[in-house]
Design a protein around this ligand. Structure first.
Ligand code: COA
Length: 690
């Protein structure tokens, strides 16, 4: 045994306790301790039954993610679980917190499972680019049937104890876990031979006779191929549970698991798991802590303002939404209430919870209503003069509150300077739709106090968001890099690619939509107006707007759209316009392969990321990755732009950028000094820490 696993006796019941804070992850010492404990109880004639429980806040939450990238160490989890399952004495898992991944697989190896009512059980491996690798795909269908097993393994979503009991995954829900588990074990011992999950065939039998049923389950839960390697592997393993004997199914599962574990996608997901958590950590001076926010205010009832206000109410915080226009307020409130009502209809929200949220959200036309809020989020129009006026007024009305702006581009230092307490001003940049998008850029202005920054991060977490701290620059991290991609899209269109080719290359790469379709969805006229105000031009985009092609809202943009449809259709008129524009500008068009399109759009973006990193606007490359995956649809299985570039190797990125710069004559395409430096040193972006 080790310090991490204790073995105690409660009369004739052995109680094995795993104690590896914070989440009892199954690192090698834990696996070894568990194996030793099982071996010890097996030979102890005083012991009639066994309970496996965990200390701390949760039952085992899975394999130790930090171990997955390293050489595998014995004992392997499948062997530990095999020892548990073949133990001749009944073994009872006592579940609390989150029994996830390898934790649930241990519980499946046990002969019985008892749980506290608040326990959540799941196999989240798919979210890490993996499949369960210690029998989960073989034992779960045998216990609960393929329908539930496909749903749980392919979604990665946990289920509650009550549902788990209904489905046969949990034998009893108990109020007092430890005592009840011991009592349960004692009774089981009296009953004799324990039932082993692997021997159960009744749950899978119907599908054995009807393999087509498995294909239907696969189609329902795995969806269409989207570049991820784990879902097809999960389907293959789950099918093996029905079509192969247990030992062969286990071997198939393990082989599929190992291939995924050692492949690039799982490494990308592990990187993001660590990066998301690192992004939330602040190295704060001693004694500095986040302020408690008990009441919030949002200025502006437009799309963003209403969305942000809804986030507060959804998280159970009272919020007042303020707008000078009573009409906008009514419209904003109506939009929010409609989403709640729709959630109630879909069974995602109870009517009582909807009422609670409605009561938390108040509205006002008078700015004075923000008095009493500890945090004010301004989401008024994107206009510096308006924002400075609002902040100057807030400075007086809410003298103690933290003031946040949701600006996407504007200089927050200049906004803060309109107040007498710039230390209590920061940016909280939400993404649209605010209730859905997980990303929040927490913008640290020059004078933002550490305590205020910590509060920004903490409140974003309270709202269920992924906060990333960034510095002030035009567009911060996400939009600054997006702007590069937009510019490169225009350049590629002029150089020879067509909208459908560009979009196909990026959707094949893994983005949910291509940049031209995104432009059509957002509306091309907004950027057009901004360019006109700045005296700038984007030849293709401008000509489309001049022809009244604003995107989906006019049924025509880079693509055309049938009435009521959002499906982009190639439009010969646009393609002729693009070819003619190239000719007018004296550009000789050439064809581009999909790989070239990806490089031409994304390498300049990575180059900008390198500049952002060198300037300290982002603290780590992983922060940029978290932003692009959670805010801009960069495929998670590629780990974000900077991880992707590291995986390709920076010498190649440098060389391609040099070649692109030579072809385009564009100075910004030359590799950034950080790219050159890291490539020469054989290092990657991941090695850069601020
Ligand atoms: N292996 C290693 N470390 C883990 C871990 C795991 N499986 N799960 C969580 N941790 C660590 C986190 O990195 C974090 O460390 P930090 O405090 O140094 O940043 C700490 O445990 C707490 O995790 P966090 O996610 O911040 O806590 P939470 O209470 O919000 O969520 C869980 C807890 C268990 C629900 C969540 O961490 C989770 O989903 N973990 C992954 C589970 C999983 O995928 N298991 C299958 C692995 S194959």
């Amino acid at each position: 045994m080790t310090d991490l696993v204790r073995l105690e006796r409660d009369g004739d019941v052995a109680v094995i306790t795993i104690d590896n804070p914070p989440v009892n992850a199954l690192k090698a010492e834990v696996r070894a301790g568990l194996l030793a404990a099982i071996a010890a109880v097996q030979d102890d004639s005083r012991i009639g039954a066994v309970v496996i429980r965990c200390a701390g806040r949760t039952f085992v939450a899975g394999a130790d993610i930090s171990e997955l990238g390293k050489p595998a160490m014995q004992p392997y989890l499948p062997d530990v679980i095999e020892a548990i399952e073949t133990c001749p004495k009944p073994v009872v898992a006592a579940l609390h917190g989150t029994a996830l991944g390898g934790g649930l697989e241990i519980a499946l190896g046990c002969h019985y499972r008892v749980a506290l009512a608040a326990t959540r059980l799941g196999l989240p491996e798919i979210k890490l680019g993996l499949i369960p690798g210690a029998g989960g795909t073989q034992r779960l269908p045998r216990l609960v049937g393929p329908e539930t097993a496909f749903a749980m393994v392919l979604s990665g979503e946990p289920i509650g104890a009550e549902e788990a009991q209904t489905r046969g995954l949990v034998d009893a829900i108990v109020p007092d876990l430890d005592a009840a588990a011991v009592a349960f074990a004692r009774k089981a011992a009296a009953r004799g031979q324990p039932p082993r999950t692997r021997d159960r065939s009744e749950a899978i039998a119907p599908y054995g006779a009807d393999p087509a049923g498995l294909d239907a389950l696969a189609a329902k839960h795995a969806g269409r191929p989207d570049g991820r390697a784990a879902p097809p592997a999960a389907v293959e393993a789950l099918k093996a549970a029905v079509t192969l004997p247990f030992e062969e199914g286990i071997a198939r599962e393990r082989a599929l698991f190992v291939a995924l574990r050692d492949g690039p996608q799982s490494a990308a997901y592990r990187h993001l798991f660590a990066a998301e958590r690192a992004a939330m950590r602040l190295d704060l001076p001693a004694g500095v802590a986040a302020r408690r926010i008990g009441r919030a205010a949002v200025i502006g009832a437009g799309t963003m303002g209403a969305g942000i206000a809804a986030c507060f109410a959804n998280a159970g915080l009272p919020v007042v939404m303020v707008d000078v226009s009573a009409e906008s307020l009514a419209r904003g409130r109506d939009t929010i209430e409609k989403t709640w009502a729709a959630a109630v209809q879909r069974g995602k929200l109870t009517a009582a919870e909807m009422e609670r949220r409605r009561a938390l959200l108040t509205t006002a036309t008078d700015l004075a209503a923000v008095a009493g809020a500890e945090l004010v989020v301004e989401a008024a129009v994107e206009d510096m003069a308006v924002k400075r006026d609002v902040f100057a007024a807030l400075d007086t009305i809410a003298p103690d509150a933290i003031l946040a702006t949701n600006t996407s581009y504007l200089d927050i230092d200049a906004i803060a300077a309109a107040t007498r307490r710039p230390g209590r001003v920061l940016g909280l940049h939400f993404f649209s739709p605010a209730t859905v998008m997980r990303l929040v850029e927490v913008v640290r202005a020059a004078e933002t106090d550490p305590e205020v920054l910590a509060t920004g991060v903490a409140i974003a977490r309270t709202l269920g968001k992924v906060p990333v701290v960034v510095g002030v620059c035009h567009g911060f991290v996400g939009n600054r890099m997006l702007r590069v991609r937009t510019t490169e899209t225009e350049r590629l269109l002029l150089a020879g690619a067509l909208p459908y080719e560009i979009d196909a290359a990026l959707t094949e790469f893994g983005f949910p939509m291509g940049p031209c379709a995104v432009g059509d969805l957002a509306g091309l006229d907004i950027a057009w107006r901004m360019r006109k105000a700045q005296g700038a031009r984007a030849e293709i985009a401008d000509r489309l707007c001049e022809a009244g092609r604003f995107g989906q809202k006019t049924g025509r943009g880079y693509f055309r759209y049938e009435p009521g449809s959002r499906t982009p259709i190639r439009d010969p008129e646009v393609e002729a316009l693009i070819v003619a524009t190239s000719a007018t500008l004296g550009i000789t068009r050439r064809p581009f392969t999909a790989d070239e399109i990806v490089e031409r759009l994304l390498f300049p973006m990575v180059n900008e990321g390198a500049r952002i990193l060198a300037e300290g606007i982002a603290r780590r490359a992983g922060d940029i990755d978290v932003i692009w995956v959670n805010g801009y649809g960069f495929p998670a299985y590629r780990g974000g732009p900077m991880h992707w570039a590291d995986a390709i190797g920076l010498p190649r990125v440098r060389d391609r950028l040099t070649a692109i710069a030579a072809e385009t004559g564009e100075a910004s395409h030359a590799p950034a000094p950080l790219v050159v430096e890291l490539a020469a040193a054989g290092r990657g972006f991941a090695s850069v820490a601020s």
